[in-house]
Write a protein that binds this ligand. Structure first.
Ligand SMILES: Nc1nc2c(ncn2[C@@H]2O[C@H](COP(=O)(O)OP(=O)(O)O)[C@@H](O)[C@H]2O)c(=O)[nH]1
Ligand SMILES: *[C@@H]1O[C@H](CO)[C@@H](O)[C@H](O)[C@H]1NC(C)=O
Ligand SMILES: [Mg+2]
Length: 382
């Protein structure tokens, strides 16, 4: 029980201590920020504060571990981004530089459907000593073709929005998927290269890549490299497999005899199991996409209009193309490249983790999660 007297004392005590604390902090605050106080203490040159004097050159260490490659591939990074993606792509690119390209000095090609701002270019160029080029995508490589029935396309977008299909209502996303499926490798800035490494905004590279993956592609005659594979949303590709089967039937000689159909289908090609390589990371052979088989395949799919009437992704289109027209051993799993694109990550296991000095948590690894298709890839080689 609290007597009235004790109550009064308690309240009085509280008031006094709050007042004391307030007066203290108020006084300290005043002292610390008063310009007249600070000005009195400042003795340095007013026009040149000490931090403006640079650290002398002799304190800097050269990049002595930079390896001078005696051999380089004909290769580039390709980043398709908007001006608004600047912070995310700087984050990705800084990691590419630190983990790999500081040593290997491969060039970059930045592509956009509109002009990059000077601010964008300046910030990107500051991250590397390698060559950087900025390009604009030709309008007809990006926008919905006039052959598409807009009424049918917009009705399908509305249906997808109603069914909560991710990016279901977006036309720019569809433009992006079609561009990545069939046009990026024809862009004039990309045309002069044989191999590419696709990098998206806001991804993570967990490990040092101390070897040249482009030379691995070239020397081992690989055409497509991935780090994560998974199942596609059926709702985005309802009719895709039917068209794939028609194309195969019409062009049996374009299909590779040692193809990776087992990765795509659990019933010998009758139905698509939805497995695909996640295309936000790709290291690939541009000449493979430019070749007869994939070119005809893309043109055929494009004629069907599914990039707009549905929402076909570049990931299943690339994956199906690579799996059908290449040999299965030309599709390479970059097991030692630790990589994350939300919400999944591949974290190298065991010795690879140590060898690459990876900083991801090895127990946080998508490889054999239920939604991963890596087991189907493995099965092709067992
Ligand atoms: N220039 C441009 N790039 C885009 C556009 N939409 C997407 N992208 C790029 O295409 C890639 C995939 O887009 P993102 O938003 O990451 O899709 P998600 O990874 O499927 O969620 C990224 O590199 C984006 O920066 C667009 O309208 N214009
Ligand atoms: C690089 O590859 C492209 C595509 O194959 C080719 O056109 C170009 O001539 C090559 N460049 C060099 C220097 O070999
Ligand atoms: Mg992305």
């Amino acid at each position: 029980m609290m007597t009235p007297m004790r109550y009064v004392l308690l309240v009085l005590g509280l008031i006094i201590s709050i007042h004391y604390i307030l007066s203290l902090t108020h006084e300290e605050y005043g002292k610390a920020t008063s310009i007249s106080n600070l000005a009195g203490q400042w003795t340095g040159p007013k026009s040149n504060p000490p931090y403006k004097t640079p650290v002398p050159e002799e304190y800097y260490k050269p990049d002595e571990h930079i390896y001078q490659p005696d051999r380089k591939a004909n290769a580039t990074f390709v980043m398709l981004v908007r001006n608004s993606d600047l912070p995310g792509i700087m984050s990705s690119m800084k990691q590419v530089e630190d983990r790999f390209n500081r040593k290997f000095q491969y060039p970059y090609v930045f592509l956009n459907d509109e002009a990059f701002t000077q601010n964008f270019k300046d910030n990107i160029q500051a991250l590397t000593t390698a060559q950087v080029e900025f390009g604009i995508i030709p309008s007809d490589h990006w926008h919905q073709p006039s052959s598409i029935d807009e009424e049918r396309a917009s009705k399908s977008r509305e249906d997808m929005v109603r069914n909560n299909v991710i990016y279901g209502g977006s036309v720019p996303y569809r433009n992006m998927c079609r561009f990545n499926s069939g046009f990026f490798y024809r862009h004039e800035l990309v045309q002069k290269y044989r191999y590419y490494w696709r990098v998206e905004p806001d991804v993570s590279f967990f490990c040092d890549v101390d070897y040249d993956p482009f030379l691995v592609m070239q020397d081992q005659n690989k055409v497509y490299g991935f780090t994560i594979s998974l199942y596609e949303y059926q709702a985005t590709i309802e009719t895709l497999w039917g068209h794939v089967k028609s194309f195969i039937n019409a062009n049996p000689d374009l299909v590779s005899p040692e193809n990776a159909m087992e990765f795509l289908s659990d019933d010998g090609g009758e139905s698509y199991n939805l497995c695909h390589f996640w295309s936000n990371f790709e290291i690939g052979d541009l000449d493979f996409w430019r070749g007869e088989a994939y070119s005809k395949f893309f043109d055929y799919l494009d004629e069907q209009g599914g990039f707009y009437y549905e929402r076909w992704g570049d990931a299943p289109v690339h994956s199906i193309g690579a799996a059908l027209f290449a040999k299965k051993d030309q599709i390479h799993f970059f097991n030692d490249i630790g990589y994350r694109h939300n919400p999944y990550q591949h974290c190298p296991q065991g010795g690879l983790h140590q060898k690459g000095r990876c900083w991801c948590d090895p127990t946080h690894n998508f490889d054999y999660e239920w939604y991963s298709c890596l087991n189907k890839y493995d099965k092709m080689f067992s």
